[in-house]
Design a protein around this ligand. Structure first.
Ligand code: PHE
Length: 345
């Protein structure tokens, strides 16, 4: 019986060592150690042994069971570790694989220019105000000293929604709206936004474009304040050695009114294609707020005065980036827009 037991043990261990999967290993366990296995059979036959041999045999059977169990467990661990290793290897993520390129856009050139202008005025203590693009005739014209039938309305024909509602033709109605809200208080604002005019589109005209308006109202605001402000703006926007000049002009809502030119940033004033050989580039219109406009908004024009100015964002962006056709800003051609993706202002 002892040799039989030893032979069974060797046989079981050899099978355990040879097996390659956990299911087979379990079969081996059931076969040798299970209730119907040969070792159990041998134990059952113990009754036939002489009484003095029984304890020795019992002990041997236990030792053999223990040994086989140990081998089984070791093998089980080994197989499980191997399986885990294989699974990890097959599931490994290759972090060196290049990712899919994400197309990153950037701000539109008009937005970039507007933000730059806003930053300059914010640094001078201005606040940003906005108004509706669908505007009342009252704010767009009447409150700005342009009564019905005023001839200057011809220069700003618009898209009318009804008799008294239209797409605003400039950002100046925001002046009238803010003055109305502030009820006689001092004001220092800039107003960026889209404006509309009935116009035939060409390289320099668009029925939709953008402006930035400026308005300062307070005690003792003078023409020299307007000039100093515009001079600082021109230098910050177009270079420290820019000069400005103010030419007389006309707007119904400012008196006196001016156009501001800057000395050409390309040729410095000698004359070139950018300044059309004049040495000067027209940038904006402005002037002292007309007393009628102040009075209509409830300001006492004897004690409160103000200046205002307005400029076209597209025009400034065209000068800044050397763009020759205004329509480029609106056609959404990515070949045009992507040129600005990595440009530093
Ligand atoms: N609103 C005027 C325009 O669109 C510009 C302007 C603004 C002029 C403010 C004077 C004062 O032409």
């Amino acid at each position: 019986m002892e040799t039989k037991l030893q032979a069974l043990k060797e046989e079981a261990i050899a099978k355990i060592k040879a097996t390659l999967d956990t299911k087979e290993l379990n079969d081996i366990r059931v076969k040798y150690l299970g209730k119907k296995g040969p070792i159990t059979d041998l134990l059952k036959g113990m009754g036939k042994l002489p009484a003095e041999e029984r304890p020795k045999m019992g002990q041997l059977v236990n030792v053999i069971r223990q040994e086989v169990t140990t081998f089984l467990e070791e093998k089980k661990e080994e197989l499980e570790a191997k399986a885990l290793e294989e699974r990890l290897a097959s599931e490994t993520i290759d972090v060196t694989l290049p990712g899919r390129e994400v197309k990153v856009g950037n701000h539109h050139p008009i937005t970039r220019v507007a933000e730059e202008i806003e930053d300059i005025f914010l640094s001078m203590g201005y606040e940003i105000a906005e108004g509706p693009e669908v505007e009342k005739d009252f704010y767009n014209f009447e409150a700005l000293n342009l009564p019905p039938d005023h001839p200057a309305r011809d220069m700003q024909d618009s898209f009318y929604i009804s008799e008294e509602t239209l797409l605003r033709t400039h950002t100046s109605p925001v002046q009238a709206r803010v003055m109305e809200q502030k009820k006689g208080e001092p004001i220092k604002i800039i107003c960026p936004g889209k404006v509309y005019r009935r116009d035939s589109d060409d390289a320099t005209h668009s029925h939709q474009f953008s402006q930035i308006e400026g308005l300062v109202v307070g005690e003792n605001i003078r023409m020299s304040d307007l000039k100093g402000t515009l001079d600082l703006f021109a230098k910050k926007m177009f270079g420290a050695d820019r000069e400005i000049r103010l030419r007389p002009s006309f707007f119904p809502f400012t008196e006196p009114s001016v156009e501001m030119d800057i000395s050409c940033f390309k040729c410095g004033g000698d004359g070139c294609n950018v300044c059309k050989q004049t040495g000067w580039i027209e940038i904006l219109g402005g002037g002292m707020v007309h007393p009628n406009v102040l009075e209509m908004a409830g300001y006492d024009s004897k004690t409160m005065t103000g200046f205002a100015f307005g400029m076209g964002q597209e025009r400034i962006a065209m000068l800044r980036y050397g763009i020759e056709d205004i329509r480029n800003f609106f056609t959404n051609d990515l070949r045009f827009l992507s040129q600005f993706n990595h440009t530093e202002l």
